[in-house]
Design a protein around this ligand. Structure first.
Ligand SMILES: [Zn+2]
Ligand SMILES: [Zn+2]
Length: 459
């Protein structure tokens, strides 16, 4: 008898933390926080007591995003002394994100020393490598196509097969070829993300085309494109989308990368092989005569080599040379993008390209919905009142499968039971309804599915 509990990500996106408990063994899948605009992040609800009172045998992280990993060091502070299973890129990216999170929220959730403990406790595994989780439980990571090192997890629990999707993207993106499936056919329980359970958007190919055309137009009229972007994954994808336009359409572009992006680029460089990155991308890189995607001559990182960074930002914003600036933070809550609001977004010939999801309550969401009068909040130009006069355009890049992709994915898994997490309640219920009523399974029958409520946070 399994008890599967979600201590977060139950009818919400954020603080993923799923415990599988069969009465003897307890395995935790992910342990993240929920980033809340303008407030402290939220931890999963009540996982500390489980660690203290019952104990956990093992922890598995699907990928590095903070909503899946951000609370992991706290487990050690509560007395957990086992290992954290992860892929090597997940460990490396988590390290950067944890440090950044500590910088922002200080020791809100755990003491700094436990970050080190968590890192030292990682046990690293490649995709498709079986590893022992605890007695009778074997796990295997599969490429989830979401970010570098992201995984879906197959658990063989005394012969019961449990598939945890993590965050999945079934679309091809510059670095990845889309989420992979387990070879096993008799999956007993699927624990699936539901981010876009009710949402469809244009295919990645259409989005990339649209983005390419729009930036070409801006650059050709001598303008600048400011693309606030997440440091992990999206920034690199957007840079490579531009690189394809330079390669195929002869676009003349100067691209700058500003903020934490450069540290993540360094991690990408350590994993540029077929194990972690699409062979399609690697052969394209080879055709370009490049060993790194970030060594293109028109691409420049705004790093320590630039002494007066703020003056440099002003200069590239104000001079006559067209350019694209990819910069943090992705939801525009802070970071160097605020400098560009001030220097570049007041000019109608420029464009603010929204390339990432904007959570309700963030400045990015407000700008996306029409707000134009803002006050800058970064360390250099704090408190400047700015009116955004540049064109604001949203591009539907997504790290998650849209509704139809998710449905197809669930259909192919053809499992006996489904549990939906990591989506608002509407999305979780929509997918549950889909697998119960609408999915026609491979044998032509609709299987009787046990009803599992969207996960409930234990009180
Ligand atoms: Zn994610
Ligand atoms: Zn997530």
């Amino acid at each position: 008898m399994f008890k599967i509990s979600a201590f977060g990500a139950a009818g919400e996106v954020g603080r993923s933390c799923v415990l599988i408990d069969d009465g003897e063994r307890r395995v935790l899948l992910d342990c993240g926080v929920k980033i809340v605009p303008k407030e402290r992040s939220l931890p999963p609800s009540g996982i500390e007591e489980v660690v203290r009172e019952e104990g956990i045998d093992s922890v598995i992280l699907s990928h590095a995003h903070l909503d899946h990993t951000g609370y992991t060091p706290r487990l050690f502070q509560e007395g957990y002394n086992g290992v954290v299973h992860a892929t090597p890129p997940t460990r490396d990216i988590s390290h950067i994100l944890w440090l950044d999170h500590l910088k922002i929220e200080k020791e809100e959730h755990y003491l700094t020393s436990f970050l080190e403990t968590a890192l030292l406790s990682t046990s690293l595994h490649d995709y498709r490598e079986k590893f022992r989780v605890c007695d009778g439980v074997i796990a295997e990571f599969f490429d989830a196509g979401h970010i570098l090192g992201s995984s879906s997890v197959l658990l063989d629990w005394d012969g019961v097969l449990i598939w945890y999707t993590g965050d999945i993207n079934t679309s091809k993106t510059p670095f990845h070829d889309g989420a992979k499936f387990p070879d096993e056919e008799d999956i007993d329980i699927v624990i699936s993300e539901s981010t876009n359970g009710t949402r469809d958007f244009p295919s990645r190919k259409v989005v990339e085309e649209d983005f390419g055309r729009e930036i070409t137009e801006v650059l050709e009229r001598g303008g600048k494109v400011i693309a606030p972007s997440f440091a992990v994954g999206r920034s690199q994808e957007v840079a490579m989308t531009i690189a394809r336009w330079v390669d195929i359409k002869g676009l003349d572009a100067q691209v700058y990368l500003d903020g934490m992006i450069r540290y993540v680029n360094e991690i990408y460089l350590n994993y540029l092989d077929e194990k972690w990155v699409s062979p399609r991308f690697l052969s394209w890189l080879k055709d370009q005569g490049l060993s790194s995607p970030f060594e293109m001559e028109y691409l420049r990182e705004i790093d320590e080599s630039i002494k007066r960074k703020e003056a440099f930002r002003k200069q590239i914003s104000k001079n006559a040379d067209p350019c694209v600036i990819i910069t943090t933070s992705g939801m525009m809550e802070g970071g160097p993008v605020h400098s560009y609001f001030r220097y570049a977004c007041t000019d109608p010939k420029n464009m603010l390209a929204i390339v990432g999801f904007q959570v309700e309550g963030t400045l990015g969401r407000e700008i996306m919905e029409g707000r134009r009068q803002i006050v800058t909040t970064n360390g250099f130009g704090n408190g400047y009142s700015v009116e955004i006069k540049s064109k604001v355009k949203r591009f539907h890049f997504s790290g998650h499968s849209p509704r139809l992709g998710l449905q197809e994915y669930l259909l192919l898994l053809d499992a006996k039971n489904y549990l939906f997490v990591h989506g608002d309640s509407e999305s979780c219920y929509a997918l549950e309804k889909y697998v119960k009523h609408e999915a026609v399974h491979s044998n032509g029958e609709v299987k009787a599915l046990k009803r599992i409520e969207p996960a409930v946070i234990p009180s």
